[in-house]
Write a new protein. Sequence first.
Length: 197
Amino acid sequence: MKTLTVVMMLLALIFAGCGASKSYVDQQISDSEARSNTQINDLSDKTNANASELKKLQSLAVQLSEKTDLAINKATGFETYQVIWSGTVNFDFDSYALTPATEEILLEGCEKMSAFPGSVIEIAGYTDKTGSSNYNLLLGDKRAGSCKLYLADHCGISLYRLFVASYGESKPVAMADEMSSSSKNRRVTLKVWGQLE
C-alpha cells in the first residue's frame, strides 16, 4: 500500500509539473504573440505614415510642376515670351557638382541671355529614383541651385532673371528599363524665355 501511495504521489507531482510547464509555455507564447503584434502594428503605422507622406510629396510635385509651367506666362509683361534656347546638363550619382561639360552648356545659356537682355531662365532640377522622395527633392534643388550660382557668378546674370524649381524623381526623362536611365534622369533642364523680335 505504501508503494501505491508513493507512486500516486509521484504521478501527482509529474502531472502538476506538466501543468506548470504547460502554463509556463502558454505564457511564453502569449508574451511572444503580444510582442509580435506590437511590432506588426508599429510597422503598419510607419508604413501608413510613409505612404501618406509620399502622397503629399507627389501632390506637391504635381502642383509645383503646374505652377512652374504657368508662372512665366501668367506673370505681367511675360505674356509674349517663348522658349528661345534650351539645354540639359547631367550630374554624377548623388552629386550636384558642375563638370566642365556642364559649364560649357551653361555658358551657351549665358550667351543667349546676353543676346536677349529682357530674357529669364527657368532652371529645373531632377534626380533618378534612388533615395527617398524628400531627399530627391532636396538634391534636385541643389543641382538647380549650383547652375543658378554659376550663371550669377560667372556670367553676371541678375538673380531676378533666374527661376529655380526641383521636381526630384517625379518627371523621369528615361524609364527604368532603358539603358542608362538613371544617368539620364540625373539632370537640370534650362530654358531661356524671351521675346523674339
